[in-house]
Design a protein around this ligand. Structure first.
Ligand code: PEP
Ligand code: MG
Length: 868
């Protein structure tokens, strides 16, 4: 079996065996680019190394030696030649690029003898000893694990004693002394001399790469990113070229296009007379790649030509490492460049227009979640560098926000009326805070998870929210926010990044979101390709409009309880809940009816002939019951009953477990008049708009159904009321009645339920809550431990748990369609905007996914990628 490949034996398709770096070095060699030659030891060798009790076996060593000889011939130099030695760099190269593994050892092959040869051959003693001291340091640090700081201290002392600040101010004699000191450090740490035999150095370095595959950082990284532990890493052994041979040599990194904007213009930096890490170390300031034109025009031209060759070959923007050795250009690495969302979209569109990619290929080049960056304001990069991060919470709703902090919704409203930019800070938000949320730039809560009230509502509004920020102590009475020993008072300014969860201690300048022409074009291509419908969750005409701007093709969930949060409605809603008699309740409902009709009319008007799914009231009661004495008194007054009566009634209604309590269709079973009022409002609004939108066909959705009889009961009530409306108006509209599938029993009995339903919509928030038995509101606290301790490597309230929850969904889809072939199927839980869940929904054959407006573009892209 072959475990070692010369660069010229491999190619781009051998990524699995040679790793990303190795495959690309081989490919560059094949297309005739100047690549210092070398060989790659395969990922299979790495796996065998672990099978062989972490030892390099004899045949492998023999194979390495053979390839070493080939490279010696190609380069016309010999490893361990005391006159003019061939030296190597040794680097890891996994299939998927992975921080945390061993990076690079340069100048391998130097020892007390070869260093002299290198000095003679290059006529540059300083260069030779500089290379040697770097090698000792890197080998000791990277391959052996001796702390780097032990060497850095020696280097710093040397400079201090000499009264200089720059490494380049040290001369050959200084460096010779440094080499002796470095070797001494090695001996003290290892109780043996620094290895002088070049082959020993090489074998040791290869082992170091293999064992770095299983170091802690690498394992953590793989767990976090769902990368398999069985892939192994390859090792690349490449002959050295030197950028530190004097003023005609140099080294640098470049992107073929601008990775921040996507602009088709070379972007990069280099340093003359430097090696590897100098460019990124920040000690000397690198020069822009453009200035290479003046320093060495031939080299520059060759560089530019080669970037074109590489882009045409890889059909993507490249990230390139290069070295110039005495005026000769070499390429050390190329890979597809990492980029911002803006650059990703712009490059993808440009590459299609340049004829390099098909639209489908371009669609696959953009990561759906990245699009978020394009839809929200962000902090200015320079301003952000100056800010101090206080702590991190959950990135509940993306965007950047700065403002003065307020701890109560009404105070936030007051301040914003005065023109202040405000942030609402609460332990957790409740429906009463809604207006405070609307007027705020962003929301910060110390409790609650990704599906907490604050998170869901903020996402719906496209407003920045950092939730569950457990290191923050919020005292709503004292109006203080505490993080460690920092205390912020009402009116102090902070900033929030809802995309990362970071909280900063001051105001930070922002850059506005811009949806460029290329973004629009890209999203048109996405629509041409995708099969799934993408709807939005919207409770107001404003949300609906935002959803339409982002390309939503319908409303998959209109949560009517969210319509009741405003100041002028909540008293009537509370009276409706608190009423002890039908008569009282109907009175309250009659007040709400015209408001609801208007709400629905507004939404229909915005959505025109696109489908609109309106859900019956589904309020966890605790969110609506009055708590403050003043509110209780107000209700007592307006209902003409005593304060004590109201208080007793509220106590009576309190539940220990409201999320499993009197909500959803259960409320409609107890009080059918509520469902009747809502059905009437929907149908009356539809009749009203029919002259403008002749095809209007509202869809009414019943929440929290677990048994067919629940649906049957509520449906009968509504149909009866709707028929009354038809009779009164002398006019009819078409409508659909369906149900959410969010209680496990509903999924298990989907065959029965489908006989009564025109559509199903998976409420995966509740379905996840009830399938796992994890509270939506509280589980984020312990789920963090699950992730830290690697019990879970997924977040069940963000991505559909395909194995468990997904099984229920699949069953419901299949059984539901069997008994009702026309059944429309959708999803409206938060998962509807998550790319992996969208892919799953596409595979299940759902009709549409629905998500908050700001996630619509992400879901569209994910839906397109799911079919490519
Ligand atoms: C759900 O449970 O997934 C859902 C969409 O309903 P809500 O979040 O309003 O409970
Ligand atoms: Mg629900």
């Amino acid at each position: 079996k072959k475990y070692v490949y010369d660069f010229k034996e491999g190619n781009m398709s051998m990524r699995g065996l040679l790793g990303g770096k190795g495959a690309n070095l081989a490919e560059m060699t094949n297309i005739g680019l100047p690549v210092p030659q070398g060989f790659t030891i395969t990922t299979e060798a790495c796996l065998k190394y672990y099978d062989e009790d972490k030892k390099l076996w004899d045949e492998l060593l023999k194979e390495i030696d053979e390839h070493l000889e080939t490279v010696e011939k190609l380069q016309g130099k010999k490893f361990s030649d005391a006159n003019d030695p061939l030296l190597f760099s040794v680097r890891s190269g996994a299939v998927i690029s992975m921080p945390g593994m061993m990076d690079t050892i340069l100048n391998l092959g130097l020892n007390d003898e070869t260093v002299k040869g290198l000095a003679r051959a290059t006529n540059n003693e300083r260069f030779a000893y500089d290379s040697y001291r770097r090698f000792i340091q890197m080998f000791s640090d990277v391959a052996i694990g001796i702390p780097k700081v032990l060497f850095d201290t020696k280097l710093d002392n040397m400079k201090e004693n000499k009264g200089v600040t720059q490494d380049t101010d040290l001369d050959a004699n200084d460096l010779k002394k440094l080499v002796e000191q470095f070797k001494e450090v090695y001996k003290q740490e290892m109780k043996e001399d620094f290895p002088q035999e070049p082959k020993k150095q090489l074998y040791k370095a290869v082992e170091a790469v293999f064992s770095s595959w299983n170091n802690n950082r690498a394992i953590v990284y793989r767990n976090l990113n769902g990368i398999s532990h069985d892939l192994g890493t390859a090792v690349n052994v490449q002959s050295m070229v030197f950028g530190n041979k004097g003023e005609t040599s140099g080294t640098g990194v470049a992107f073929t296009r601008n990775p921040a904007t996507g602009e088709n213009k070379l972007f990069g930096e280099f340093l003359m007379n430097a090696q590897g890490e100098d460019v990124v170390a920040g000690i000397r300031t690198p020069k822009s790649i453009d200035t290479l034109r003046d320093i060495n025009p031939d080299c520059y031209k060759q560089f530019v030509d080669t970037t074109h060759i590489l882009e045409n070959h890889y059909k993507d923007m490249q990230d390139i490492e290069f070295t110039i050795e005495e005026g000769r250009l070499f390429f050390l690495q190329t890979r597809n460049g990492k980029r911002t969302a803006q650059a990703a979209v712009n490059v993808a569109v440009d590459l299609v227009e340049e004829g390099l990619l098909t639209k489908e290929e371009a669609i696959m080049k953009v990561e759906p979640k990245q699009l978020d960056q394009l839809l929200h304001p962000t902090f200015e990069i320079e301003a952000l560098k100056k800010a101090t991060m206080l702590t991190k919470g959950l990135p509940a709703s993306p965007g950047a926000a700065s403002g003065k902090i307020y701890f109560h919704a009404d105070e936030a409203v007051e301040a914003s009326k005065k023109g202040e930019e405000v942030l609402l800070v609460r332990q957790e938000t409740s429906p009463e805070d809604i207006e405070g949320m609307v007027c705020s730039q962003g929301i910060l809560t110390s409790r609650g998870g990704m599906t907490s009230h604050a998170a869901v509502v903020a996402r719906g509004m496209g407003k920045c929210c950092v939730a569950g920020c457990s290191e923050v102590r919020v005292d709503e009475e004292l109006k203080t926010l505490r993080v460690g020993d920092r205390v912020f008072k009402e009116g102090d300014e902070i900033s929030l990044d809802g995309s990362t969860g970071a909280v900063y201690d001051a105001k930070i300048a922002k850059a506005k979101a811009e949806l460029s022409g290329k973004f629009g074009k890209f999203m048109e291509w996405v629509n041409e390709v995708k099969r799934l419908g993408v709807y939005t969750n919207a409770d107001t005409p404003r949300d609906a409009k935002q959803g339409r701007i982002f390309g939503a093709e319908g409303i998959g969930l209109c949560r009517t309880e969210h319509m009741f949060f405003s100041e002028n409605r909540i008293p009537a809603v509370r009276r409706m809940i608190i009423s002890r008699s039908l008569e009282e309740r109907v009175k309250a409902l009659n007040e709400l009816l015209p408001m609801q009709r208007e709400d629905f009319y507004g939404i229909f008007k915005e959505m025109r002939e696109y489908p609109v799914v309106i859900r019956l009231l589904d309020p966890p009661l605790h969110e609506f019951l009055p708590k403050e004495e003043k509110d209780l008194q107000d209700i007592a007054n307006s209902m003409g009953i005593s304060y004590e009566d109201i208080r007793d009634r509220v106590i009576e209604l309190e539940e220990f477990n409201p999320m499993l309590g009197h909500r959803g269709c259960r409320l409609a079973v107890s009080y059918p008049e509520i469902a009747r009022m809502q059905a009437r409002a929907i149908i009356e609004a539809a009749i009203e708009i029919k002259s403008e939108v002749p095809n209007i066909k509202p869809e009414i959705m019943v929440p929290l159904v677990g048994h067919i009889n629940e649906l049957k009961f509520v449906k009968e009530q509504m149909v009866d009321e709707i028929n009354k409306v038809f009779a009164e108006k002398g006019e009819k509209v078409e409508y659909l009645i369906g149900t959410m599938i969010e209680v496990p029993r509903a999924a298990l009995t989907a065959d029965q339920i489908a006989t009564e339903a025109d559509f199903f919509s998976f409420g995966t928030n509740d379905l996840t809550q009830m399938t796992f038995g994890f509270s939506r509101d509280d589980s984020s606290r312990f789920l963090a431990d699950y992730n830290n301790k690697k019990v879970f490597d997924f977040a069940p309230f963000e991505q559909v748990d395909q194995i468990g929850v997904g099984k229920l969904m699949k069953m419901a889809v299949e059984d539901g369609r069997k008994s009702n072939p026309d059944l429309i199927l959708g999803i409206c839980g938060e998962h509807g905007g998550d790319p992996s869940s969208v892919e799953f929904c596409n595979a299940l054959g759902l009709t549409y996914v629905s998500c908050s407006p700001y996630r619509v573009p992400i879901a569209r892209l994910a839906a397109a990628q799911a079919v490519i």
